[in-house]
Design a binder for this molecule. Structure first.
Ligand SMILES: CCCCCCCCCC(=O)SCCNC(=O)CCNC(=O)[C@H](O)C(C)(C)COP(=O)(O)OP(=O)(O)OC[C@H]1O[C@@H](n2cnc3c(N)ncnc32)[C@H](O)[C@@H]1OP(=O)(O)O
Length: 218
């Protein structure tokens, strides 16, 4: 996924052990989030203790994490500044991002994910706001893949056709339907068990070029 970012090939100012440590701790945070919402009493204490031990183990022996591949270190921009990939859907280093698999980058972009408890709205169902977050991100990703620069979401319409389930694999799909100047229109859906649960259409707009010829953001 990171190949779509505006990065260069200079080495990141972080050891691979530290990048692995950051991603490992993000995983621990995800497990803790689910544990805090699932457990009580002795079970809660035992989940917290186990995860604290696993962080201590990782800190004491960072080399043990070295074989955890792939690791996604921060990049440097053209001025040599660290560019951390912070995206709350796609960054492995962000505990808010779910454990998502990136399936394809062709005419259709597709992510797959099985969402745990911390994304719950109604019982066993995905929170509606997060349905919008996932669709915004996959449509943005399709727009980004089909173009050369950054675009911002201008309009996003989500149709909730049936509940999006937690605890089972979701396909999250996005595609460009039309591009005209700075505007790109895209659409997509979230599919569970072969059924479309939610659809989205939207418009992405590239920022006006600056006087120096570059985009104004991104
Ligand atoms: C490494 C990076 C990782 C990034 C992760 C991204 C995750 C997903 C994407 C996002 O969530 S982005 C964050 C949420 N979005 C924003 O915060 C954007 C806030 N809005 C803006 O900053 C501006 O509105 C925007 C830059 C999008 C557009 O401002 P402009 O002043 O350039 O737009 P303008 O009003 O000139 O409209 C441009 C064109 O679109 C047209 N237009 C605007 N709204 C329209 C509409 N609703 N339908 C059809 N056309 C529309 C408008 O008529 C015009 O057409 P023409 O070029 O033909 O004249």
């Amino acid at each position: 996924m990171s190949d779509l970012l505006d990065v260069d090939s200079r080495p990141a100012p972080e050891s691979s052990e530290d990048s692995a440590l950051a991603e490992y701790v993000a995983e621990v945070c995800r497990r803790l989030s689910a544990g805090l919402l699932r457990e009580t009493g002795d079970d809660l204490r035992s989940v917290v203790a186990a995860e604290v031990r696993s962080v201590q183990w990782a800190l004491e022996d960072p080399a043990a994490l070295r074989d955890r591949v792939p690791v996604h270190p921060p990049r440097l921009d053209h001025r040599g500044r660290v560019r951390m990939f912070t995206n709350p859907v796609l960054s492995q280093r962000n505990p808010l991002a779910p454990p998502l698999t990136h399936v394809s980058d062709g005419d259709e972009c597709e992510f797959r994910v099985t969402l745990p408890l911390q994304y719950q709205g109604p019982r066993n169902m995905l929170h509606g706001g997060y349905v919008g977050v996932l669709l915004d991100d996959v449509l943005w990703y399709a727009v980004r893949h089909a173009s050369t620069g950054i675009s911002f979401t201008r309009e996003l319409t989500v149709t909730y056709e049936r509940p999006v389930p937690l605890f089972e694999e979701l396909r999250i799909v996005g595609r460009v339907v039309e591009a005209e100047g700075r505007k790109t229109f895209a659409e997509g859906e979230i599919v569970a068990g072969g059924q479309v649960c939610a659809r989205a259409t939207g418009l992405w707009i590239a920022p006006k070029p600056r006087r120096d010829g570059h985009g104004s953001a991104g």
